[in-house]
Design a protein. Structure first.
Length: 64
């Protein structure tokens, strides 16, 4: 059973986006690196979106 998380507050979503850009990743690049879709990554970068916790973990693993 998937655990879902809100893509959380504005600062965490913005931090993910800034970290992705700082690493030089486009949404498409990060999709390839994480195995997620562009839409799933975009949702994780938007505040208050409901996103599976494992998606956030996969994104964090690549951008950290």
């Amino acid at each position: 059973m998937d655990q879902f998380a809100t893509a959380d507050n504005t600062s965490a979503a913005a931090r993910r986006r800034k970290a992705r850009i700082a690493k030089g990743y486009s949404l498409e690049d990060l999709a390839i690196a994480t195995g997620l879709t562009v839409e799933e990554i975009a949702a994780a970068e938007e505040p208050l979106q409901i996103v599976p916790q494992h998606h956030l973990e996969r994104i964090e693993h690549v951008i950290s």
